[in-house]
Write a protein that binds this ligand. Structure first.
Ligand code: SF4
Length: 371
């Protein structure tokens, strides 16, 4: 991870105790601003404004909802996931990171008005009629924040006290020290994004190695945490099949299948505007030079037969290790499901239902929520 070198504080954030806690943990001088445009001016002056945005932290308020629906699309099978929007952007640097093109320009932000977040969570827990699956790792990496905040500790404790929702902390870091002493009551899933060592080396700067991620997953498992893995993005290149299958084998060497809540598979897809960013910032990366077509959501995706061929192999290898572990596709249609898995989600009550059942089975949620 890159260190945070510059701190800006939105004046409205000054009255929150979290602001002072983060400033003290970073031990940096802070510039208090009234206009966020000043941060963007700082970035605009940098040679690589995306890289600069990873070193500049803005402590500010989340003026929208903390708890949101995952921005899945209506064209592909969506899983009903909810996002807890704790902050934005990341101190690691992956070529394919959609956040480079998602915010204009991207800047590291952390939301300090967490009293509002607490109220939203309380309401969600009280009103839940089915299991809630909530993750913090959609607009940021969940565990980068462990270097300067105790947010994850507090969230694990909050989720530990109820039986309706699971928290998924998705990461490419090994920042789990703060999680170790917690009485998590199996309500927090610690999840790692996995890829081949070749892609990690070429396209995931400032992250951790495969061995480190798997060793940390094993350590979390030994502490009783349910774990999950996300093969995303799966990248096609010569020799990729053997390398992805080897990663599957190593994953199961690290964690026995009965402790894995779910494994997702998602092939590389990108908004067209990300391509020039990758070409400029990662000139040695080859990932944008494949056989792509434009999907119904306007994202570029691999030609479907290529997606199916590789995903089927990976799914089969997972099934050889354990026929029952929950495997799902992130944003794929019924044809891909049928040809890779031999069924479509509807036959199992829908994708959301499949994942709800797995969450209930592994995370000690109230079984009555399944109806
Ligand atoms: S770890 Fe995730 S959030 Fe961070 S740069 Fe990589 S893809 Fe983006």
């Amino acid at each position: 991870m890159q260190p945070i070198s510059t701190l800006y504080i939105d004046r409205r954030a000054l009255r929150y105790s979290e602001t002072e806690k983060v400033r003290a943990a970073l031990n940096l001088p802070a510039t208090v601003i009234d206009d966020p445009g000043l941060v963007y001016q700082d970035l605009a002056g940098a040679e690589d404004s995306v890289a600069r945005g990873k070193q500049v932290l803005l402590l500010t308020l989340n003026r929208g909802p903390f708890l949101r629906k995952c921005p899945g699309t209506r064209y592909y099978r969506c899983c009903g996931y909810k996002i807890l929007h704790i902050g934005a952007f990341c101190t690691m640097d992956c070529s394919y990171c959609i956040l480079q093109a998602y915010f204009h320009p991207p800047v590291l932000q952390y939301y300090v008005n967490q009293d509002k977040m607490g109220r939203e969570l309380d309401r969600a827990f009280a009103g839940a009629r089915r299991p809630l699956r909530i993750g913090t790792g959609e607009f940021t990496d969940s565990l980068i924040w462990n270097t300067c905040t105790d947010l994850n500790t507090r969230l694990v404790n909050v989720f530990a006290g109820q039986r309706k929702a699971v928290l998924e902390l998705k990461t490419k870091t090994v920042n789990v020290e703060g999680l170790k002493p917690l009485a998590h009551n199996r309500k927090t899933i610690v999840a790692w994004s996995l890829n081949t060592e070749r892609i990690m080396a070429s396209d995931e700067r400032e992250t951790t190695t495969l061995s480190q991620r798997l060793a940390t997953a094993r350590a979390c498992r030994e502490l009783g945490y349910p774990v999950a893995f996300h093969f995303d993005p799966i990248v096609l290149y010569e020799g990729c099949e053997e390398e992805y299958l080897a990663v599957v084998d190593r994953m199961f060497e690290a964690v026995a299948p009965e402790h894995i809540v779910w494994i997702s598979l998602g092939t590389f897809r990108f908004m067209p505007q990300l391509k020039p960013v990758i070409q400029e910032r990662f000139p040695d990366s080859r990932i944008v030079y494949g056989e792509f077509i434009t999907g119904m959501d306007r994202k570029m995706r691999y030609f479907k037969p290529l997606r199916i061929a590789l995903c089927r192999k990976i799914a089969q290898r997972i099934r050889q290790h354990d026929p029952d572990v929950t495997v799902y596709f992130c944003m794929e249609d019924d044809e891909v499901w049928q040809r890779c898995m031999g069924f479509v989600p509807k036959q199992k009550g829908g994708l959301a239902r499949m994942l709800d059942k797995s969450a209930v089975a592994h995370c000690d949620l109230d079984k009555k929520l399944l109806g």
